[in-house]
Write a protein that binds this ligand. Structure first.
Ligand code: FAS
Ligand code: PHB
Length: 388
């Protein structure tokens, strides 16, 4: 087999890239380790920046998003002193769209099928070869047979645990990491959302987030110790803890119900540099991870794919110089989102061993956000999406 771009990973990064390249007449093959059902069973991100929506529109996969996506003109933050709102539209004329990553992935698979894309599901033992030559190739196993494909370029879109990042020699990689001493226990429930917009809560018992997927589907999170396991949390215990951490006026009117999904996600900040090795280019979680506090993970994958698709289309059009700037261009935006995600995590969570001084600094940060238009504008710019 041979193709122009072999894409490792059939999550948002890989699928958006394949969709954009195929629409530009470039042949792709997507190699995904899991089944399609497994990929579509993941509950991940929920907030899309305008840049991500525009990218999906350019990719021709925004019809349902345009119909069902919910525009949010601001977000709420709460402390023990009460709740306040940051108005994105008033501060910087921007909005975000609430539309689950699961639905984005479902739309992408439908669009890829319509284009006749080659997506190999349940591809085992994917390995990358000869990346620093002009003839790279990928091998994998499926149905008891070994397979191989030659490609002009390889896109590593295989997430944090995939093989692509590790295919770059360790001596050529610099990794930056911060692991946070807590996790997020997330619940999805067929209940009316607690509020019309998201609520990010800083509480002495820990962080909480009230989000949603649609008017009948809510997504909630509470900060938990890293030692907690999902089975430690009954639905009733979750709802009690969430209500303790949300503003009383919100908690008392909340609709609760059975958790249709419950999971604990660890939090880390991670970047690997560079995002290229020979004919291999990394995009999305394969290159970086952000704590979900700033709702940046999926949106950073989108901007990586925007830059990489532009560079690959230019390369197949005869201009290979654009590819040489991909890594620096993507990393510039990545570090901006990395900073914001770290900052949101730092001001909203309870850190083990946090001192009273730390607590007062968090309260001062949140007070500035409540009272200074300039602080609100800066937060709004980062939350709704830094420029591409
Ligand atoms: P993904 O990890 O989504 O996709 C990588 C794909 O590669 C997967 O389908 C995987 O099966 C495949 N793969 C892995 N190894 C492979 C191999 N060896 N061979 C072939 N394929 C392989 N972001 C937010 O913005 N907000 C959130 O609330 C949020 N919550 C999250 C919760 C969790 C538990 C996790 C893990 C992430 C969360 N994220 C969130 C971040 C998430 O949305 C990612 O940023 C997004 O999925 C990035 O997309 P991809 O880069 O495609 O990586
Ligand atoms: C979500 O709806 O899953 C969500 C929203 C905003 C975040 C994190 C997660 O910052």
């Amino acid at each position: 087999m041979r193709t122009q771009v072999a894409i490792i990973g059939g999550g948002p990064s890989g699928l958006i890239l394949s969709q954009l390249l195929m629409r530009a007449g470039i042949a792709t093959v997507v190699l995904e380790r899991q089944s399609r059902e497994h990929v579509l069973g993941r509950i991940r991100a929920g907030v899309l920046e305008r840049g991500t929506v525009e990218l999906l529109r350019r990719a021709g996969v925004s019809a349902r998003l345009d119909r069902e996506g919910i525009l949010h003109e601001g977000t709420n933050l709460s402390t023990v002193n009460g709740m306040f709102r940051v108005d994105f539209r008033a501060r910087i004329g921007e909005v975000v769209t609430v539309y689950g990553q699961t639905e984005v992935t479902r739309d992408l698979y439908a669009a890829q099928d319509a284009l006749g894309a080659t997506i190999v599901d349940e591809a085992a033992d994917v390995a990358l070869h000869d990346l620093d030559t002009d003839a790279p190739f990928v091998t994998w196993r499926k149905d008891g047979a070994e397979h191989r494909i030659e490609a002009d370029y390889i896109a590593g879109c295989d997430g944090f645990h995939g093989p692509s990042r590790q295919a770059i020699p360790a001596a050529k990689r610099t990794e930056y990491e911060r692991v946070y001493p807590f996790g997020w226990l997330g619940v999805l429930s067929r209940t009316r959302p607690a509020a019309g917009e998201l609520i990010y809560a800083n509480h002495p018992r820990g962080f909480a987030l009230a989000s949603m997927r649609n008017p009948q589907l809510s997504r909630y999170y509470v900060q938990v110790p890293l030692t907690d396991r999902v089975e430690d949390w009954s639905d009733a215990a979750f709802w009690d803890e969430l209500r303790r951490r949300l503003p009383p006026e919100v908690a008392e009117g909340m609709e609760t119900g059975p958790a249709i999904e419950k999971s604990i996600a660890p939090l880390r900040s991670f970047v690997t540099e560079p995002m290229r090795w020979g004919r291999l280019f990394l995009a999305g979680d394969a290159a970086h991870i952000v704590p979900p506090t700033g709702a940046k993970g999926l949106n950073l994958a989108a901007s990586d794919v925007h830059y990489l698709s532009e560079a690959l289309i230019a390369a197949f059009g005869g201009d290979r110089a654009v590819l040489d700037h991909y890594s620096d261009r993507a990393l510039n935006r990545i570090w901006g989102a990395m900073r914001f995600s770290w900052w949101m995590t730092s001001i909203l969570h309870r850190f083990p061993g946090q001192t009273d001084f730390d607590q007062k600094i968090q309260e001062a940060e949140l007070y500035q956000l409540e009272t200074l238009e300039s602080a609100q504008a800066a937060m709004a710019r980062n939350y709704t999406g830094l420029p591409y």
